[in-house]
Write a protein that binds this ligand. Structure first.
Ligand SMILES: [Ca+2]
Ligand SMILES: [Zn+2]
Ligand SMILES: [Zn+2]
Length: 327
C-alpha cells in the first residue's frame, strides 16, 4: 500500500489538510480545530465540482494526500487565485460562496497533468449545441415563496434569453406546452431526481443541461428556496437575472469559464448588471458566436421597458400568450 494514502475522515480538518500538505504555514488567524465534518466537506466539494475523482468504494473514504492538495491547486487556478494548495481565507470564501451545481472540470485529467509537473491543455469537450435557431422555452414552475411576482420572473427569463439572442441568430419563443418546449425553466427544491440536489438558501443556486445531454437537454433548474432578488443590493438575496443568464449559457452549450469577467464563472458574485443594459463580455461573446454565428441584423426593439407601463407585447411572443413583459 502506498504510504501517501491517508484517511481523510479522521480528525483532519480543511486547514489541517492544507497546512500538512503544503510547505506554506497556515496563518494562525485561521481556525485551529477544524471538525471531521469540514474535512469531509472539502473532499465532497472537490469531488462534486470535478477536481477529485469519486472515492473508490473498495477503499472507502481513502483519498491520496497529494491528490487533495493538487485538487485544491487546480480549483485555485480555475478560480484565478494563486495556486498554493493552501486553503487560505480567499479560497475558503470561494468554496463556501453560492455557485452553479455543475462541475468545473470534466474529470481528473487536469489533476493528473499537474501531478506530472507540466501544463498540458486538457482535452476540449465535445461540441454541444442546438442545431435549430428557433428555440421554444417554457417557464413551468416558480419559487415556493418569493417577493418577485410570477410576471417579474417571466420577464427576467425573457431578458436573460435576450442576452444570448442579441449577438447570435438565435430566436427564443415562449410556449405553454411541454411538447413544444426545447428549454424548460423550473424552480425545484432539494432532491429532484437528477443527481444535482438543491440545498436551501446559499450553496447550489442552479444548474442546466447541455444540448448534448440525451434526455435532459434544455432543462434549467433553479433552487426554489433561494431568496431570489431583482434590483436589490448585492448582499440582499441572489440576483435571478444573473443566475438565469449563466444557466442559459449552459443550456446553449457553454461550459464554465475561469475568467473573472465571464458570466460563465461558476461562482455567484453578485448581480452582473441591469437586465435592460447588460451585454456579454468579450469571452462569452466569442464562445457563443463560435457555436451559433453572429447576428446580421439588430434584434427588434419592441422589448418590454423597465417602467410601470402595463401589458407590453413582444413581437416574437404574441402568438403564444396574451401577456407582455413588465419589469
Ligand atoms: Ca441553494
Ligand atoms: Zn454553471
Ligand atoms: Zn436539477
Amino acid at each position: 500500500m502506498k504510504m501517501w494514502i491517508i484517511i481523510l475522515c479522521l480528525s483532519n480538518g480543511w486547514m489541517h489538510i492544507a497546512s500538512a500538505a503544503s510547505v506554506t504555514p497556515t496563518p494562525s488567524s485561521q481556525p485551529a480545530t477544524p471538525t471531521e465534518d469540514e474535512s469531509t466537506q472539502l473532499v465532497d466539494w472537490l469531488i462534486k465540482y470535478g477536481y477529485l475523482p469519486p472515492s473508490d468504494p473498495s477503499t472507502g473514504q481513502l483519498q491520496a494526500w497529494t491528490a487533495v492538495t493538487d485538487a485544491v491547486k487546480a480549483m485555485q487556478m480555475f478560480a484565478g487565485l494563486k495556486d498554493t494548495g493552501v486553503l487560505d481565507e480567499e479560497t475558503l470564501a470561494l468554496m463556501k460562496s453560492p455557485r452553479c451545481s455543475l462541475p468545473d472540470q470534466d474529470g481528473p485529467t487536469r489533476l493528473l497533468v499537474i501531478q506530472q509537473g507540466r501544463e498540458i491543455r486538457r482535452k476540449r469537450r465535445a461540441v454541444s449545441m442546438w442545431t435549430r435557431r428557433n428555440i421554444n422555452w417554457r417557464l413551468h414552475s416558480y419559487p415556493s415563496s418569493s417577493h418577485l411576482s410570477r410576471e417579474m420572473i417571466r420577464s427576467l427569463v425573457f431578458y436573460a434569453l435576450r442576452v444570448w439572442a442579441e449577438p447570435t441568430p438565435l430566436e427564443f419563443h415562449e410556449v405553454s406546452s411541454l411538447e413544444a418546449a426545447h428549454m424548460q425553466v423550473d424552480f425545484l427544491q432539494g432532491y429532484h431526481g437528477d443527481g444535482y440536489p438543491f440545498d436551501g438558501a446559499g450553496g447550489a443556486v442552479g444548474h442546466a443541461f447541455l444540448p448534448s445531454d440525451p434526455a435532459r437537454a434544455g432543462g434549467v433548474h433553479l433552487d426554489a428556496e433561494e431568496q431570489w432578488a431583482f434590483r436589490q443590493p448585492a448582499d440582499e438575496g441572489t440576483d435571478l437575472f444573473t443566475v438565469l443568464v449563466h444557466e442559459f449559457g449552459h443550456a446553449l452549450g457553454l461550459a464554465h469559464s475561469s475568467s473573472r469577467h465571464s458570466v460563465m464563472r461558476p461562482y455567484y458574485q453578485g448581480p452582473v448588471g441591469d437586465p435592460l443594459h447588460y451585454r456579454l463580455g468579450q469571452q462569452d461573446l466569442e464562445h457563443i458566436t463560435q457555436l451559433y454565428g453572429k447576428r446580421n441584423q439588430l434584434l427588434p426593439t419592441d422589448a418590454p421597458r423597465l417602467t410601470a407601463e402595463p401589458q407590453l407585447h413582444h413581437r416574437a411572443h404574441r402568438h403564444h400568450h396574451r401577456h407582455g413583459y413588465n419589469l
